[in-house]
Design a protein around this ligand. Structure first.
Ligand code: VGL
Ligand code: ZN
Length: 258
């Protein structure tokens, strides 16, 4: 596969390039753990996922994530925060602040929480309506008290633009602005990204999908995730597998590293 010169020797520059950008990556993975939105509001606050159809308890992610942090030496650990301003587009209470697009089948007068509406915009914005949650600098947006925060943990804030929601910790839902997470991973030469947290079928799934698109080997840690809707969780898993991500349990990961 290497070009050779007239004497049959491998082109050294090509070999060095291959070694640095490919072989080293396979031989020596550099791993990051992305802990998605393990915040009060999703566990015991205004968007407590126990009230959603899957009836999951968000607190159940805390122990397996802490165990993972204790047992695996990640090269970097990121804590994402859903971090909305008061007038955020996703809050059902803010519906009257914006105009719905004519194509929105749910109209402003009868829109309820968890409905999907279409807001005016260029292009129009499809948005699921959530209870007010994770408002910046409030108790609801703080990380859950029992979650272990490592010394060199890096915080990522998303959903800060009032007009655009942001499920993925990489990109907002309209792919207009990125959080700089990818740049921070690249700066640390990360090759493998482990993803866990809340909600499995919303922000965790969106983050894992974007990690795959960005070319990271992506491992979704199944027992460290809890979600909103069982069918959507299954769809999330299928999408990750179909796109060559991996779904693993903490036990499988512990068996690999020990
Ligand atoms: C999330 C709904 C709305 C999440 C964020 O973190 O999964 N879900 N905003
Ligand atoms: Zn949100």
């Amino acid at each position: 596969i290497f070009d050779k010169d007239n004497d049959g020797n491998i082109d050294k520059n090509e070999f060095v390039l291959c070694w640095n950008s490919w072989i080293k990556t396979i031989v020596k993975p550099v791993s990051a753990l992305l802990i998605i939105d393990v915040q009060n509001d999703f566990i015991c606050g205004t968007l407590d996922i126990r009230n959603c159809s899957a009836k999951h308890n968000g607190e159940d992610v805390v122990k397996p994530i802490n165990d993972l942090l204790d047992s695996v030496e990640f090269d970097a650990v990121f804590y994402s925060h859903d971090w909305h301003p008061e007038d955020h587009v996703s809050f059902v209470d803010n519906l009257q602040l914006r105009k719905l697009h004519d194509s929105s089948s749910t109209k402003a007068d009868d829109a309820k929480v968890y409905d999907v509406v279409v807001f005016d915009g260029e292009p129009p914005i499809v948005q699921k309506l959530w209870p007010k949650h994770c408002v910046q600098n409030t108790w609801g947006s703080e990380l859950y008290k029992d979650l272990k925060v490592v010394d060199k943990g890096i915080k990522i804030y998303k959903g800060t633009n009032p007009e655009v929601d942001s499920y993925s910790a990489f990109w907002d839902n309209s792919k207009l602005t990125d959080t700089k997470l990818e740049a921070q991973l690249r700066a640390r030469n990360i090759t493998d990204v482990y993803v866990c947290g809340i909600a499995y079928d919303v922000c965790v799934g969106a983050t894992a999908s974007d990690a795959i698109v960005s070319g990271f080997r992506t491992i979704l840690v199944d027992d460290c995730c809890r979600g909103v809707d069982l069918l959507d969780i299954e769809k999330t898993k299928s999408k990750i597998i179909n796109n060559h991500g991996v779904i693993a349990t903490t036990k499988e990961i512990f068996d690999l590293v020990k």
